[in-house]
Ligand binder design. Structure first.
Ligand code: MG
Length: 396
């Protein structure tokens, strides 16, 4: 069954919010970003109004350049809490059309309305309705792309900005793509673009005409992806991200560390701090992941998943240490370590099961330590193992 995916993208979001809240900014070039300081400012443009775009200003342009192009523009630093507030309202509106909303940035989201569109009269109707709701309730405009997949929906939302609505019908994917410039394809960066242009390929349709074999030969592992995108194929699901998916903490050492005992002490502290945050936020998770980055910047992760939801310091620490010990003798110095917990649940109950015997005691101990830290500060209490020298040989 074909899917109905929407990509919703607010138009010039930060600048539009500034114009909404400051009527005197309306109809004028508004540039949200760093301080231009008379044209000598560092940093870049975050967003600018459509009036500013007429001067050749765009996101990511150095702010000093923007100032040269439009010295009389209105330069503002941005009010992120206000943007987040409106972003939250946007998310609530989108959530009324489907539970499958995947927010990909503060002002953009994918929606899978395959199952719910019939309630509203089809995907196009959903798009029209949600644009209307955003306009009426937030007094802002959004552009929407409607397509059989995420890749096409995202391109479509960008084609008729601002206040755009572009539909890509099933079966018309290749036709929709054929005259678009190759830089529109995901994953086509400067290098790939150059390589394509060198081969006389400028439009997406020209990629679609090549065989997969030819593309694989010329572009290695990207060849297959290029071919698929040129055909308008993309089967990635819309992954609803209600709430957070994981919680993690990491430490980059001031100097790279060769001594595994030192690394373990840091892991212990991270486990203490992470599990404490989890208990405060009332989240538990089933997967514990250790992240380690070596001095040559190679990064590894190792995970362990439990049947039960966990927030115990003791368990998180134990798992992190045992995952770390699996690396064996350290051949390189360690630059960074982190612990993450994912597959979260906001369940309130106690973790039981695998750790039946020790979990209640651990929970009590964790809670006691938390309350001591609340009273006396972070450094007040540590468990003995943090201070002890490890005497046993590392083994799994
Ligand atoms: Mg936007």
């Amino acid at each position: 069954m074909p899917r109905a995916i929407l990509h919703v993208d607010m138009d010039a979001f930060f600048a539009a919010v500034e114009q909404l809240d400051n009527p005197s900014y309306r109809g004028k070039p508004v540039i949200v970003g760093s301080d231009p300081k008379g044209g000598a400012g560092r940093g870049v443009v975050a967003t600018c109004s459509y009036e500013a775009r007429k001067y050749g200003i765009h996101s990511a342009l150095p702010i000093s350049q923007a100032y040269k192009r439009c010295p009389h523009g209105i330069y503002v630093r941005g009010r992120h809490s206000r943007y987040s507030e409106l972003s939250g309202k946007m998310t609530s509106i989108l959530g009324e059309f489907t539970p499958l909303v995947q927010k990909i940035s503060i002002d953009e989201a994918f929606l899978d309305v395959t199952a719910s569109m019939h309630l509203f009269g089809g995907a196009l109707e959903v798009a029209k309705l949600l644009k209307l709701r955003i306009h009426q309730e937030l007094h802002l405009t959004a552009s929407v792309g409607v397509a059989p997949n995420k890749f096409l929906a995202k391109i479509a939302s960008d084609l008729k900005k601002p206040d755009g609505l572009v539909v890509v019908k099933e079966g018309k994917e290749k036709e929709f793509l054929k005259d678009l410039h190759i830089s529109r394809l995901w994953g086509v960066g400067k290098k790939t673009e150059e390589a394509l242009l060198n081969r006389g390929i400028e439009k997406v349709g020209q990629i679609a005409e090549r065989s997969q074999v030819e593309l694989n030969r010329d572009f290695g592992k990207h060849g297959n992806a290029l071919w698929r995108l040129s055909q308008g194929l993309d089967d990635r699901p819309v992954e609803a991200n209600e709430g957070r998916k994981s919680i993690s903490q990491e430490t980059t050492f001031d100097e790279d560390i060769a001594d595994p005992e030192k690394v373990e002490k840091v892991l212990f502290r991270l486990a203490e701090s992470l599990s404490r945050t989890m208990r405060q936020e009332k989240v538990k998770g089933r997967t514990i992941t250790l992240k380690i980055r070596f001095e040559d910047f190679t990064t590894h992760t190792r995970s362990r998943t439990f049947a039960d939801f966990i927030d115990s310091t003791q368990i998180i620490k134990g798992v992190a240490i045992s995952l770390f010990r699996r690396f064996g003798e350290l051949e390189q110095k360690v630059r960074l370590v982190g612990i993450g917990v994912s597959q979260l649940s906001c369940s309130v109950g106690e973790q039981l099961g695998l750790f039946d015997q020790e979990a209640p005691l651990n929970t009590k101990l964790s809670n006691l330590l938390d309350s001591l830290r609340d009273k006396f500060g972070e450094g007040a209490v540590g468990r003995a193992a943090m201070l002890e020298k490890r005497t046993t040989k590392r083994s799994e």
